[in-house]
Design a protein around this ligand. Structure first.
Ligand code: LLP
Length: 418
C-alpha cells in the first residue's frame, strides 16, 4: 500500500492533507512520499540481501537532488545516462563506486568526466564506443572499467516505446556478437573488463522475461569464463513495472525468488537499476480544475497541469488514475481531462469516467513520481511545477516553482537587435 490515501474523504500524503499543500504551494504541484520511496528502496535491498548487490537507482526516473540524496542515504547508487545525471548524483553524495553509466551516445567530454570521477563502470553499447572509451582513457593515463551491454533479444511484453532488449532496438550489443566484442575489449589496453549489463525494457509486469534474459546472459558469463575473462559485476538493469491501473506487477521479493537460484554461489556482485518501481507510486501530480466545457460528443475538464508537466499520457497513451482530492458522491461523467497547452494531444486522461467536478476543485494524477517531472518541459512558456517531499507530518519544497524569470534565463538578445 502506498502512503497516499483518503481520511474521511480527503486525500492525504502520509500525514498531511494534500489540500494544505495546495494552499501553501499552489498547483500544478508534484508531491512525493518519503516513506514510500524509502520502503521501495528497502524492498530491493532486503529481497536481494543474500547476494552481494548494489541498487543503482535509475536517475532518469526522477533526478531531483533530494530524491537522489535519499537514495544515497539508503545505501543506493545511481544508473546514469549523461554527464548531467553524473553531476547530479555526485553533488548529492552518491559514491562514484556505486555509479554505472549506460546510454548509446556518450560523448568524449562525458567519458572524460566519468573517468576522472572514477565511477564503477561504463555500460558500453557498441564497438565504436568501446574504442572511444579506450582512447579517452589512454589519453588520461587511466584504465576504464567496462561492462558490455548485451541485448538478449527478449520480448518484455510491454509498450513498444519502452521495450529495449529486442534485436531491432538501438541498445546494447546483440548477444550472438557478445563474445567477439569481449575479445576486442580484452585486446584494448586502456579498458578493464569487469562486468556485463542488460536491460530489456520498462514497466514489465511479469517475472519470466527477467528470468529468460538472465539465463541467456549467464550462458555468456560461462563462455567468457572458459576464455579466461572473469566478470565481477552482473548488472540486470531495471524495468520492474508498477500498478497504474489494474496491473499486478511482481514485488521485488518475487523477482528475487526466481533470480536468486540462478545467482547463488557465483562470485559476482549483482547490480540492479530500478527507476519506476522506486519512484512511480511515490509521487502524485496535483492540479486545479479551471473550466468545464461541453464538446460535441464529450465533456472536457480543463485543468492547470498539461502535457509539458506530465508527458506520459500523450507520449505513450499511458494510463494514470485521476482521483479527486476531496471525494464526492456526484454523478459519474465521462470526460477528457485536458491541460492548457495548445495541442490536441494535451491530455492527462481521455474518455475517463470520474465523479463530476466543479470549477476550482482539485484532482490528483496518481503514479506520477517516475518519468513525470523528469520529462517535463517549458513548452508554451509554462514555468515548471514545484516539487514537495512529505515525510510524516512534515513537508519540504525540494524544487521551487519556476518563475517567468527562470524561463528566459540564459537567453541573450544579440547586439544588432538592441
Ligand atoms: N536501466 C536502463 C539502462 C534504462 O534504460 C532504464 C530505463 C532503467 C534502467 C530504468 O527502468 P525502470 O526501472 O524505470 O523501468 N519514459 C518512459 C520510460 C523509459 C525508460 C527508459 N529506460 C516512461 O515514462 O514510461
Amino acid at each position: 500500500m502506498d502512503y497516499f490515501r483518503y481520511v474521511r474523504g480527503e486525500l492525504f500524503a502520509e500525514d498531511v492533507p494534500v489540500e494544505a499543500l495546495i494552499e501553501e504551494y499552489g498547483t500544478p504541484l508534484y508531491v512525493y512520499s518519503h516513506r514510500t520511496l524509502a520502503r521501495h528502496l528497502d524492498a530491493y535491498a532486503h529481497a536481494f540481501a543474500e547476494v552481494p548487490h548494489i541498487v543503482c537507482f535509475a536517475a532518469k526516473a526522477n533526478s531531483n537532488s533530494a530524491i537522489l540524496r535519499l537514495v544515497a542515504r539508503h545505501g543506493g547508487g545511481a544508473d546514469i545516462v549523461s554527464g548531467g545525471e553524473l553531476y547530479r548524483a555526485l553533488r548529492v553524495g552518491i559514491p562514484p563506486e556505486k555509479i554505472v553509466y549506460a546510454g548509446v551516445g556518450k560523448t568524449d567530454d562525458e567519458i572524460r568526466y566519468a573517468l576522472g570521477k572514477r565511477i564503477l563502470m561504463f555500460n558500453v553499447e557498441s564497438g565504436q564506443e568501446l574504442e572511444r572509451i579506450n582512447a579517452v582513457a589512454g589519453r588520461m593515463g587511466v584504465k576504464a572499467p567496462v561492462a558490455l551491454r548485451i541485448n538478449p533479444d527478449i520480448d518484455p511484453e510491454t509498450h513498444p516505446y519502452i521495450s529495449t532488449g529486442l534485436r531491432k532496438h538501438k541498445f546494447g550489443i546483440p548477444i550472438e556478437n557478445a563474445l567477439e566484442y569481449y575479445r576486442l575489449a580484452k585486446r584494448l589496453e586502456n579498458v578493464e573488463i569487469i562486468g556485463v549489463h542488460k536491460h530489456i525494457g520498462s514497466q514489465i509486469t511479469r517475472v519470466s522475461p527477467f528470468v529468460d534474459a538472465l539465463q541467456r546472459v549467464l550462458v555468456l558469463v560461462e563462455s567468457l569464463r572458459a576464455e579466461g575473462i572473469g566478470l565481477r559485476y552482473l548488472d540486470i538493469g531495471g524495468g520492474l513495472g508498477i500498478q497504474y491501473n489494474d496491473e499486478r506487477p511482481p514485488h521485488p521479493k518475487e523477482l528475487a525468488r526466481r533470480l536468486l537460484p540462478l545467482l547463488r554461489g557465483r562470485e559476482i556482485t549483482l547490480i540492479m537499476e530500478p527507476g519506476r518501481s522506486i519512484a512511480g507510486n511515490a509521487g502524485i501530480l496535483l492540479t486545479k480544475v479551471l473550466y468545464l466545457k461541453r464538446g460535441d460528443d464529450r465533456e472536457f475538464v480543463i485543468v492547470d497541469a498539461g502535457m509539458n508537466d506530465l508527458m506520459r499520457p500523450t507520449l505513450y497513451d499511458a494510463y494514470h488514475h485521476i482521483a479527486p482530492v476531496r471525494k464526492n458522491r456526484r454523478r459519474k461523467i465521462t470526460a477528457d481531462i485536458v491541460g492548457p497547452v495548445c495541442e490536441s494531444g494535451d491530455f492527462l486522461a481521455r474518455n475517463r469516467e470520474i465523479n463530476r467536478v466543479e470549477q476550482g476543485e482539485y484532482l490528483a494524477v496518481m503514479s506520477a513520481g517516475a518519468y513525470g517531472f523528469s520529462m517535463s518541459s517549458n513548452y508554451n512558456s509554462r514555468p515548471r511545477p514545484a516539487e514537495v517531499l512529505v515525510r510524516g507530518g512534515e513537508h519540504y519544497v525540494i524544487r521551487k516553482r519556476e518563475t517567468y524569470r527562470d524561463l528566459v534565463r540564459g537567453e541573450v538578445i544579440p547586439d544588432f537587435l538592441q
